[in-house]
Design a protein around this ligand. Structure first.
Ligand SMILES: [Zn+2]
Ligand SMILES: [Zn+2]
Length: 182
């Protein structure tokens, strides 16, 4: 494990949220948001309204900015903005099956606010550990997805949408066709 467990989940969840724009809108309605919420083991208050859905959708380009930022200084500015806007107040909490971890927004705060603050807190950990190089864009030419490399040997290059497999298959076909020497 590179970071604390809750930080790693938050980072992976933030990348997954940003990537819900992959190949079209993957969070088109409340049912899709419900599924995302369950998949990423979110807890806390849900409004279950269109406004909630829109707020979550609007958060995505803001989080993507962190991946697209020009460097550490710019990321720090972005993260501080997110923390301020979400009025982050770190508190240790224990709930459901999860042991002590940090929440920096109250569980009754709007979902998009909690998602924003949680992502920002996870970026804080990355910055403090000087590990921002683990924030990457997918290496596939035709993919705009983002990823967080949580591997020990910093080897992750492709997003979770199967780009790594596609790249491997393409490379294999290219070798077989004799266009590229092994
Ligand atoms: Zn929690
Ligand atoms: Zn990809």
């Amino acid at each position: 494990m590179i970071f604390a467990h809750d930080t790693e989940i938050s980072l992976a969840g933030a990348a997954a949220l940003v990537n819900t724009t992959d190949g079209g809108e993957q969070l088109p309605d409340l049912a899709a948001l419900d599924a995302f919420y369950r998949t990423w083991q979110w807890t806390g208050r849900r409004a279950g309204t269109e406004a909630e859905l829109r707020a979550v959708q609007r958060l995505r380009p803001r989080l993507r900015q962190v991946w697209e930022a020009a460097g550490e200084e710019q990321i720090v500015v972005l993260v501080n903005e997110l923390l301020r806007e979400g009025r982050a107040l770190p508190q240790l909490v224990r709930h459901d099956q999860f042991s002590w971890h940090l929440h920096a927004a109250p569980s009754e705060a709007p979902l998009a606010t909690r998602m924003m603050v949680e992502a920002a807190m996870a970026f804080v950990d990355m910055i403090r550990e000087d590990e921002l190089s683990r924030l990457r864009r997918c290496a596939a030419d035709d993919c705009d997805n983002v990823l967080v490399d949580l591997s020990k040997n910093r080897s992750k290059r492709f997003c979770e949408a199967g780009c790594g497999n596609r790249a491997a298959v393409n490379a294999y076909r290219a070798r077989k066709a004799g266009r590229v020497r092994p």
